[in-house]
Design a protein around this ligand. Structure first.
Ligand code: FEO
Ligand code: CA
Ligand code: CA
Ligand code: CA
Length: 603
């Protein structure tokens, strides 16, 4: 069976991989062809950030940099004590990921940044070999979200405004409100008997920005932080599906809150989208449970033409799903108090993809995940709406959602009807399926869908594949070569971050294999690419230092400064000393990029 499917892939006609026929070259006009105005860079395997000719790149902030003048600078001695544990709450967290900027003026912004996780191999002198409870406490203060003001100086560089009234760290201890699931039994713990106050947010991967001025931080691999001191603990179906087990990645079970043998419901309090008001540093973040519990990547928020809010979300694990939330109430530009609660109630849907007549296109359906509908009833093991919100994955499987090749970021193009999603890779795939055409998909692809009349509240859609990443030099004769817009000059693997700028360029960030060998020869370090969605052309804009992932993207209002996240340079003790060189510890860093003549980025 596997063999036959694979042969079927090899048999895909090359015509369907031709970009010109796919998009219809005749619809293109000269302006659309000029969207990309920079010279593509070569691959890079060095410990530096490379940008195109006439661009310059500078660090904005790195892990451990102070947000307050009372904080100490990053200390290479890495001594963990009460002072350093407290200091971590006053400095920029580790593993910069999704970010958004909120405008204060042309030249100053509140920047909200997810600090996804930690790299204990660099954080401690023992390189993760001897974790203590104090080390765990240091880590708990080193992830979450960092919020701070940035301001442009007379040279045009952005700098951190220390002690700004907006500056704030959100950690694994910050109290959060519980939306929708407040008071539900499976949310209650012995420290929160009423199920109304969750402490902290963890593994905040990508992000979202709402039209009502709030920031969304999305909790992804929360299971990595839970373990059990009782190694014989029997796991239930829900725990198994979410990867919550007796062995954690980070040894946080040293803190009994993260020990599931002592605190069984704590994992039910993570895996959500968290809404934060960046303008009020005293506000309490809210876990927006109505958006479902899974390993959230980002949350793409838009106002549909019927004024309902639509949020697209991916669940990043092999063979998990793509979701859509539609708010019960409508957005009202004159009533921001009402808007502030639009994510409290609504309907959650999951995507089912079906192949069409031609290769790499088809139709789809959004299946409602509501209690009592589509078989989500007591008889089938779903006891309430609240249970479906906690066990979203189980409900989605039950209704027949399409297993995907690890859904990462999703973005809607304001200049078209298309919604794009990265499917980063899935080497576990053994059968080609609708929207996921390759077995053992080591390169990843980008899919897009659209609804009739651009109505995002419709339950039917059409889809096609915008791009199959691949290696046309290693595999010129089958689908592993990628779509025809992938060439020896722009090869990459594992697309992850996505963003549209206001001019319609599609920016693509990678989190892939950086060996530059074998299947990945000719791809170099992780990179940022830019695509013209009208022609399919892709150019390489930036590549990062050794062992990093490129993630997180934001622009100044004039699109003349771009902010890009360089996450975990030197992970797994690879030889990086980015950004400071010498013998320094590699540190996750946000960089700022400008054109020497002040041109719009990418133009
Ligand atoms: Fe945190 Fe799926 O990336
Ligand atoms: Ca990601
Ligand atoms: Ca990724
Ligand atoms: Ca990552």
């Amino acid at each position: 069976m596997q063999r036959r499917n694979f042969m079927k892939i090899l048999g895909v006609s090359t015509a369907s991989l031709s970009y010109a026929s796919f998009f219809g070259a005749s619809i293109l006009n000269a302006k659309e062809n000029k969207l990309l105005g920079f010279e593509s860079i070569d691959i890079n395997t060095k410990d530096i950030v490379v940008v195109p000719k006439d661009y310059e790149v500078k660090p904005l902030i790195s892990w451990g940099d102070p947000l307050f003048s009372s904080a100490k600078e990053f200390d290479e001695s890495k001594i963990i004590n009460e002072d350093s544990i407290n200091n971590a709450t006053l400095t920029f967290g580790d593993n910069t990921d999704g970010m958004s900027v909120f405008e204060l003026s042309e030249d100053s912004y509140i920047m909200c940044v997810n600090n996804e996780y930690i790299n204990p191999e660099h954080m401690f002198n023992h390189n993760d070999k001897n974790m203590t409870l104090d080390d765990v406490r240091y880590e708990q203060n080193s992830l979450g979200v960092s919020i701070f003001e940035i301001k442009k100086d007379k040279n045009g560089d952005f700098n951190i405004v220390k002690d700004s009234k907006y500056n704030r760290r959100i950690t694994a201890h910050t109290p959060m409100e519980v939306s929708t699931l407040r008071g539900f039994d499976r949310i209650k713990t012995k420290d929160d008997k009423n199920g109304e106050r969750i402490l902290g947010t963890i593994n905040n991967c990508a992000n979202g920005k709402t039209p009502w001025g709030t920031y969304l931080a999305c909790e992804e691999n929360f299971d990595d932080f839970f373990g059990s001191s009782n190694k014989k603990l029997e796991l239930n179906e829900s725990e198994k599906r979410y990867g919550v087990g007796v062995d954690s990645v980070y040894k946080w079970e040293l803190d009994s809150r993260f020990d599931i043998s002592k605190n069984r419901n704590e994992p039910n309090r993570f895996g959500y989208v968290v809404e934060i008001d960046p303008y009020n540093p005293n506000s309490t973040p809210i876990k927006r449970c109505a958006l479902g519990r899974f390993k959230h990547e980002n949350a793409e928020v838009l106002i549909n033409k019927d004024s309902h809010v639509v949020v697209y979300m991916g669940d990043d694990e092999a063979n998990e799903f793509i979701y859509k939330f539609v708010s019960k109430n409508k957005f009202d530009s004159k009533n921001n108090k009402n808007n502030r609660n639009l994510l409290e109630s609504g309907t959650l849907y999951v995507a089912k993809f079906t192949n069409g007549k031609n290769e790499l296109e088809g139709t789809g359906e959004w299946i409602e995940l509501s209690y009592g509908k589509n078989g989500l009833t007591k008889e089938n093991g779903f006891f309430s709406y609240e249970d479906i919100l906690i066990d979203t994955r189980l409900a989605a499987s039950f209704v027949g959602a399409t297993p995907m090749d690890r859904p990462e970021w999703i973005v809607a193009d304001n200049n078209s009807r298309f919604v794009y999603a990265t499917l980063t890779n899935n080497t576990k795939r053994t059968e080609a399926g609708a929207a996921n055409p390759r077995v053992k998909n080591q390169y990843g692809h980008i899919i897009r869908w659209w609804h009739k009349d651009n109505n995002h509240n419709s339950t039917k859609f059409k889809w096609d594949i915008f791009l199959l990443a691949g290696n046309p030099m290693q595999y010129p004769n089958d689908l592993r070569k990628g779509t025809s817009n992938i060439t020896k000059d722009n090869m990459f693997n594992s697309p992850d971050g996505l963003a549209f700028d206001k001019f319609g360029r599609l920016w693509i960030e990678t989190d892939g294999k950086y060996s530059n060998e074998g299947d990945f020869l000719g791809m170099g370090n992780n990179q940022l690419l830019c695509a013209n969605p009208n022609t399919g052309e892709v150019r390489r804009f930036l590549s990062g230092p050794i062992g990093c992932e490129i993630t997180g993207i934001a622009f100044s209002k004039d699109y003349k400064t771009m902010f890009i996240g360089i996450q975990h340079p030197g992970e797994n003790l690879l030889p990086s000393h980015y950004p400071n060189g010498g013998d320094s510890t590699p540190r996750s860093t946000i960089v700022q990029i400008r054109h020497k003549n002040g041109n719009v980025i990418g133009s």
